[in-house]
Design a protein around this ligand. Structure first.
Ligand SMILES: *Cc1c(COP(=O)(O)O)cnc(C)c1O
Length: 395
């Protein structure tokens, strides 16, 4: 069949470019020490930054949630799937974000991908204009496309260009859209400057804090707490499957914005509500994150980041300047990065090789992510392996 032959040719092309992806099968819970494809590995891959994904208290809450609410929600939120657990979760999240948004309300979503599609499509239409940071996550890019608004991409961190674009815009609705912590680089967007621009030009500031919520800020409330930022223009998206360790996402914004999303956001309306048991488990996760244990876990994570920086002695490759749990090592070439990842794998260390189109061509990298459940010995083992390997692997 010609249809299949065409796909097979394209798959073969991916092979030639070293861009073919394959999935590994994890047999054990998400943790630093896992069994993958039947082998024990030390993993630096997950976004489980606080090590909560398999935390006994959260697992127990999930169990209780299932006993109380059953397995599934049975319908979308606007029909009959909106449970007490979802309502309590939203109330708690709104409380977390209230110091930074003002008259804040929160809305929970099945995934961060859907939350981003919801924000962009509900707030921007054909008369809107979206100003999108160049390194934004794919879900923001897709949301911008789906909204049918005009889209301007501004260079990474370039507030001067953004200012010119905003000043020139005649759009009825303007949205500045950015990751807070960039998922493949680990650096933080200049959010104070962006908020000031949005206030001056009457634009919404959409912040995707997938890698900040739970990790940044004294109480783990994310990038807004970390930077001490508040603005009525902020539409905040936090994910609940990374540091929070469970799954799903939420949007926090002025209650009028949240009301509008409930009325109009198709990725909210036309999908079955997440199982209430997940929301119930998330209540426990938020409790942990905001308490002493959360604070200890964040402090430990910061000390691991310092440990990695101190121990790495790289000559040709570069460790990105990042203070967050995302510590990418830029290798450059797709083939070399694959060889490096395979080499680590042989030593029982699992670090993902990230290649285009996830990152720009020529910047293939080992994306190391640290978690509060790593030990200093785990990080030392990784650093030693990387130092030795860089010398061994020919370009
Ligand atoms: C992971 C991620 C998302 C998507 O969140 P999911 O809950 O996994 O769908 C959105 N934005 C960024 C920056 C992410 O890293």
């Amino acid at each position: 069949m010609e249809l299949l032959a065409s796909l097979e040719r394209r798959l073969a092309q991916l092979d030639e470019q070293h861009l073919r992806r394959r999935r590994r099968i994890a047999e054990t819970p998400c943790a630093p020490h896992v069994t993958v494809d039947g082998r024990p590995m030390l993993a630096f891959c997950s976004n489980d930054y606080l090590g909560l994904a398999a935390h006994p208290r959260i697992v127990q809450a999930l169990r209780e949630g299932a006993l109380r609410y059953g397995a599934g929600s049975g319908a979308s939120h606007l029909i009959s799937g909106h449970s007490r657990a979802h309502a309590l979760l939203e109330e708690k999240l709104a409380g977390c974000m209230a110091p930074h948004i003002g008259e804040a309300d929160a809305l929970s979503f099945c995934t961060g991908y859907m939350a981003n599609l919801a924000i962009l499509t509900a707030l921007a239409g054909t008369d809107g204009e979206i100003f999108s940071e160049a390194l934004n996550h794919a879900s923001l890019i897709d949301g911008a496309r789906l909204s049918r608004a005009a889209v301007q991409v501004y260079p990474h961190g370039d507030t001067a260009t953004l200012q010119r674009l905003l000043a020139a815009s005649k759009a009825a609705t303007k949205l500045v859209v950015t990751d807070s912590v960039f998922s493949m680089d680990g650096d933080i967007a200049p959010l104070h400057a962006l908020a000031a621009l949005c206030e001056r030009h009457g634009a919404w500031l959409v912040i995707d804090d997938a890698h900040g919520f739970g990790v940044l800020g004294k109480h783990g409330r994310g990038v807004l707490e970390h930077l001490g930022l508040s603005s009525p223009h902020i539409v905040y998206m936090g994910t609940l499957g990374k540091a929070a360790g469970v799954g799903g996402a939420f949007v926090a914004a002025h209650r009028t914005v949240i009301d509008w999303l409930v009325q109009r956001a198709r990725p909210y309306i036309y999908t079955t509500a997440a199982p209430p048991a997940l929301a119930h488990a998330l209540l426990e996760s938020l409790e942990l994150m905001g308490g002493d244990e959360g604070m200890e876990r964040r402090a430990h994570l910061r000390s691991l980041v310092g440990e990695l920086k101190n121990r790495l002695r790289l000559q040709r490759w570069t460790l990105f300047a990042s203070e967050t749990a995302i510590q990418p090592i830029i290798v450059g070439d797709n083939r070399v990065v694959l060889r490096a990842a395979a080499h680590l794998q042989e030593q029982g260390i699992w670090v993902p090789a990230i290649r285009p189109p996830t990152v720009p061509a020529g910047t293939a990298r080992l994306r190391v992510t640290l978690s509060a459940s790593h030990t200093h010995d785990d990080v030392a083992r990784l650093a030693d392996a990387l130092n030795a390997m860089e010398r061994e692997i020919a370009e």
